[in-house]
Structures are given as C-alpha cells and as structure tokens.
Design a protein. Structure first.
Length: 142
C-alpha cells in the first residue's frame, strides 16, 4: 500500500444553490408584503346584529335566611313563601343561572326548612348550599 506524501485539497462548499434559495425567499416576501398593503386599503361595511342574551354580569348568590319563629328573609326583606317563590322565579327569568344560599337558624323546624326548599325548587333556582346563620352561645349566670 503506497504512502501519501502530499496533502489532498480541502473540500469546498458550493454556495450557489443556497444563494438561489435566499433570492427566491427575498422575492417571495417582497411580493407578499405588497399584497398585504393593498388588502388593508379595502373598505368593508360589516353587518351588525343585536347581542344575544344578557349584557349584565351574573348576579351574586341570593340569600334566604329563616328563623325558628317562622320569619323568612330574602336578602334583608321579610317575605312569605309565596313572595319568595315569585321573586326567585322573576330572578331566574332574568338570569337562568341564579343560585340561592339557604341559611336556617339552628332551632328551625324541619317542616319550615322543607317548605323553603320547595319554594326555591318551584322557582327553578339552583340551591348553592345550606349554611348556619348564627351560633347561639349559652348564657352563664353567676
């Protein structure tokens, strides 16, 4: 096997095809930029429609509290079961996702709880939960 005594020529990179591709890309972007400028000058009168649905934000949870003596309050106003159902029905008509938080007193009778629950159910409002309104501390005498 013969030994090489001289060094071969270093390989060279032919850049001709890469330069051709770069020129094609430059021409493409120049032409594309021209088209987008023409499109921005076109005046279009878009059709307008009335918004569908409520423009108001969702109301906060409604609160129904009731005590052992039979007093029912919708928010801070005392109401009867019929008034409660009517007001909640109106609230559900205005906003279908209305939710109600029930807050019974700890000594309330089960029948009153069920009556209030049924009044809310008749109005188709969603019941968010049941929570305690007050905690009565025992009084101590000395």
């Amino acid at each position: 096997m013969p030994l090489k005594l001289h060094q071969d020529e270093l390989p060279s990179i032919n850049l001709t095809s890469m330069i051709d591709v770069l020129f094609l890309l430059i021409i493409f972007f120049m032409v594309g930029t021209r088209f987008t400028q023409d499109e921005t000058n076109v005046q279009i009168n878009l059709a307008q429609i009335a918004p569908d649905g409520s423009m108001m934000s969702a109301p906060s949870n409604k609160t129904v509290s009731f005590s052992a003596d039979g007093t029912i309050k919708y928010g801070n106003q005392p109401v009867s079961l019929e008034q409660l159902s009517a007001e909640l029905t109106e609230a559900v008509r205005n906003y279908p996702g209305t939710t109600v938080q029930l807050k019974p007193d700890r000594d309330v009778k089960v029948q009153l709880l069920l009556d209030v629950h049924n009044a809310v159910a008749r109005s188709k409002a969603k019941i968010a939960g049941l929570s305690a309104t007050s905690v009565r501390m025992p009084t101590t005498t000395r």
